[in-house]
Design a protein around this ligand. Structure first.
Ligand SMILES: NC(=O)c1ccc[n+]([C@@H]2O[C@H](COP(=O)([O-])OP(=O)(O)OC[C@H]3O[C@@H](n4cnc5c(N)ncnc54)[C@H](OP(=O)(O)O)[C@@H]3O)[C@@H](O)[C@H]2O)c1
Length: 341
């Protein structure tokens, strides 16, 4: 319709970009016109959206004229340069990169947790890190009922978290390995086929924590608005194409039972319990892929804490959806002045 928002997607050819298109279509969001933006490499190629053929344009400083909502997913360098330009052109930006997440003037939003922060935006709203979103969607309703004092997270992160090229590298290197051929890694720092390795982000030489881990720690405190929550994180890349898993152990202020956690999570938005001990059926990437919910299972007492304040669980979520495109589209739908929903 004429007054429906003009939506630009920056990074439309990427792993997240493709999910923006699919998610907007699936959720039937109102889009007056779609602008598909990527690098010069993709300019002139076409994609299909709701039966229309759309030509991909090279991102430039004039790309945002007439744009109401700009969904960014092309890396933090692009966001730092072009998001302010988009805002000056009158667009509201929902940014998937880490560029603005810790900026005190930028809301960092998971709609199931802090949708109320959207109204504070000054043009840019940040989408949190995908490993953070995966943990926080189920932890938040527990934290609200019985404050979480401390949480320990170990991640099992899929190739797609590092983009389309990393997915391709996992496929190619696995194929080469099965054929007995040598494959030299191009995207990841280590062999990916039949291997796993510490997350491929820069490590702080002082703390020993990599950037991904630091993001989870800092972003959790910002989103929960709780600087006291103690967090330990180990982020690992595993040879899975899509959907992150996380082993999460948390300690609450008051005693908590697995029954309490199940009861809280049974009605929590964005959460689905998958916890069948009899069948040994718990959250898996293959089941989380393509799903909006964070799957939660293996909910059990943490036996290392005899005081009964701690619970262990295992989660899986499609980080291209809830960890990226879906969360961003949910935010855009809630922009009161842009009428996308
Ligand atoms: N993957 C995830 O699960 C995930 C989750 C949360 C957040 N994010 C964030 O989302 C962003 C994109 O991730 P991705 O996984 O979709 O990466 P990707 O598959 O590598 O895609 C990158 C996209 O950026 C575009 N791009 C690169 N350089 C550009 C330039 N100079 N001008 C315009 N566009 C340019 C690419 O266009 P061309 O095809 O033309 O090169 C492509 O569309 C990153 O900031 C990432 O941290 C990703």
């Amino acid at each position: 319709m004429k007054n429906d928002p003009v939506v630009a997607i920056v990074g439309v050819t990427g792993a997240v970009g493709a999910e923006f298109i699919a998610t907007m279509d699936r959720r039937n969001v109102r889009v007056g016109r779609l602008k598909a933006l990527a690098s010069a490499r993709s300019a002139g190629k076409t994609l299909s959206f709701r039966g229309q053929t759309i030509t991909i344009e090279e991102l430039n400083e004039r790309s945002f004229e007439g744009v109401d909502i700009a969904l960014f997913s092309a890396g933090s360098g692009i966001s730092k340069k072009f998001a302010p330009i988009a805002v000056r052109s009158g667009a509201v930006v929902v940014d998937n990169s880490s560029a603005f997440r810790m900026d005190p003037n930028v809301p960092l939003v998971i709609p199931e947790i802090n949708a109320n922060r959207i109204r504070d935006h000054k043009g840019i709203i940040a989408n949190p890190n995908c490993a953070a979103i995966t943990a926080l969607v189920p932890l938040w309703p527990i934290h609200q009922t019985n404050r979480i004092k401390r949480v320990i997270i170990a991640t099992y992160q899929a190739a797609s978290g590092a983009g389309a090229a990393a997915m391709d590298e996992l496929v190619q290197s696995t194929r080469a390995s099965l054929n007995g051929q040598v494959y030299t890694p191009q995207v990841m720092p280590h062999p990916y086929a039949f291997n796993l390795f510490s997350h491929n982000t820069t490590i702080d030489p002082e703390t020993g924590y990599n950037d991904e881990e630091t993001k989870v720690i800092k972003e959790t405190r910002k989103i929960f608005e709780d600087d006291r929550i103690a967090i330990g994180v180990t982020c690992v890349r595993v040879p899975v194409l899509r959907a992150h898993c996380e082993a999460i152990t948390f300690e609450c202020e008051k005693p908590i039972s697995e029954h309490d956690v199940r009861r809280i999570l049974a009605t929590a938005p964005g959460v689905r319990i998958v916890d069948d001990r009899e069948k040994n059926y718990f959250p898996m990437p293959v089941d989380a892929s393509g799903q909006d919910d964070v799957l939660v299972g293996r909910i059990r007492k943490d036996l290392s804490d005899p005081s009964g304040h701690s619970i262990a669980m295992f989660v899986a979520a499609d980080q291209l959806l809830k960890g990226a495109a879906l969360n961003a589209v949910q935010i855009a739908e809630l922009l009161p002045e842009r009428a996308m929903a």
